[in-house]
Design a protein around this ligand. Structure first.
Ligand code: ADP
Length: 404
């Protein structure tokens, strides 16, 4: 029996999330997270599947090196360790692959150098991703390690959607263009939506609405992304948990000139204390819905602004695609909050969009249709699975390269 395990690592600035999958049946063998790396109060939470027993350990974990060693020890306890011959590859989530990385890529020194060169456009994410890569490569230098980029799926966008209307020489010099993010999710969900419709991805046009704490929409024609709402960074587009999404860039000049705020302060404002949180003090949609039910006007307005922006993007991508076969809701809010889906689609019957109220109210982990059978456009809820997509791409690439 050939080896078939893939470890997926998602390395953030102070956290390391991981999943070990068996690609024979795409099942999870273990999942976990190391949080607050570098602090005294670090914590590792490790769950062995399918039983679901969770072990937790608290205590300082100094850096990502120590974090991955702690993960390896946890995995060892169940004979799932990093030195197991069953492990064929490690797949790394990398946020920014620029224009260079259009596909998952086996990591070597040249790949690391290119990911480093992209740090100026992803200053928060790429350094953390690189730390995870270096740590894992030091522990298993012989094992294929694959980078799967959040931006890759969007590299098919035509120049007409990818470029900003600014001086082209300046844009080229500083690599200013729309890259898009959440690509692994948009790719997975658009394919799963085609499957739900019993069609091939090449034959369907889909609008994917990835509504988590970060949120993005994309227009996908025949399996290829033609537009997406996030841009140079994940700040553009929809109203998010703590990010503003679209605004007039002159707001920034105004806050600096009139408000006396520094660039760093404005950066923090727009990324960390805006969006739903900035509007009403909460970024969790559960809490916002609870407050609305109690008659809270501030929460209501935040919700209405969120929905208004979402509807604008649905309309825009309808026009970009011309023909829409399906709209898919995914991620924390998209999968779990019926009133968001209802408000996003309400009154759009002229566009062939309608929901079945009973189907919309169903709670489920399965991909499902929530539009009436007669509807021209299928509306779907499709749970995203970025780790499975990273593992599948990693596994496919290692087999193709003859490493497995
Ligand atoms: P991210 O990966 O960007 O952190 P998620 O896709 O996990 O985000 O989504 C997180 C958000 O989803 C939470 O902030 C919360 O608002 C929302 N959410 C998750 N589960 C539920 C639920 N059962 N009911 C309502 N909202 C939910």
């Amino acid at each position: 029996m050939s080896a078939s395990r893939v470890l997926v690592l998602n390395s953030g600035s102070s956290s390391l999330k991981y999943q070990l999958l068996d690609m024979r049946d795409s099942s999870r063998l273990a999942v976990g997270i190391v949080e607050r790396i570098g602090e005294q109060t670090s914590r590792i939470s490790h769950t062995v599947l399918p039983v679901g027993d969770t072990r937790e350990q608290n205590g300082p974990i100094a850096d990502h090196d120590a974090a991955l060693k702690a993960v390896a020890e946890e995995l060892d306890q169940d004979r799932l360790g990093l030195d197991s011959p069953e492990l064929v590859a490690i797949g790394h989530r990398v946020v920014h692959g620029g224009m260079f990385f259009t596909e998952p890529t086996v990591i070597d020194d040249a790949v690391i150098t290119e990911i480093e060169r992209l740090i100026p456009v992803a200053p928060l994410h790429n350094p953390a991703n690189l730390t995870g890569i270096r740590t894992a490569m030091a522990m298993r230098p012989d094992l294929p390690q694959v980078a799967v980029f959040d931006t890759a799926f969007h590299t098919t966008m035509p120049e007409s959607s990818a470029r900003y209307a600014i001086d082209a020489r300046i844009a080229d010099r500083y690599r200013v263009r729309r890259y898009g993010f959440h690509g692994t999710s948009h790719a997975y969900v658009s394919r799963a939506t085609a499957k739900l419709l019993g069609k091939e991805p090449e034959d369907v046009n889909v609008i994917v609405l990835h509504l988590g704490n970060g949120a993005s929409a994309s227009a996908i024609r025949g399996g290829r992304c033609v537009d997406t709402s996030m841009g140079l960074t994940p700040l553009e587009g929809l109203v998010m948990g703590t990010r503003s999404g679209d605004l007039d860039p002159a707001v920034i000049f105004h806050l600096q000139r009139v408000g006396g705020m520094s660039m760093d302060e404005i950066d923090t404002l727009l990324n960390k204390t805006s969006g739903l949180f900035g509007l009403c003090g909460d970024n969790d949609m559960r809490e916002i819905r609870r407050r609305i039910d109690e008659g809270d006007e501030e929460a209501r307005l935040a919700f209405d602004i969120y929905i208004h922006r979402l509807r604008k993007y649905i309309g825009a991508y309808y026009a970009v695609l011309g023909r829409v076969d399906a709209i898919a809701f995914t991620a924390g809010v998209g999968e779990n909050v019926p009133p968001v889906r209802e408000a996003a689609i309400a009154g759009l019957e002229e566009l062939g969009l309608a929901l079945d109220g009973d189907l919309n109210a169903v709670t489920s982990d399965e991909p499902r249709l929530i539009s009436p059978v007669s509807a021209r456009v299928a509306i779907a809820v499709v749970p995203t699975d970025e780790e499975l997509e990273i593992a599948a791409q990693t596994y496919a690439l290692t087999r193709k390269s003859g490493n497995a």
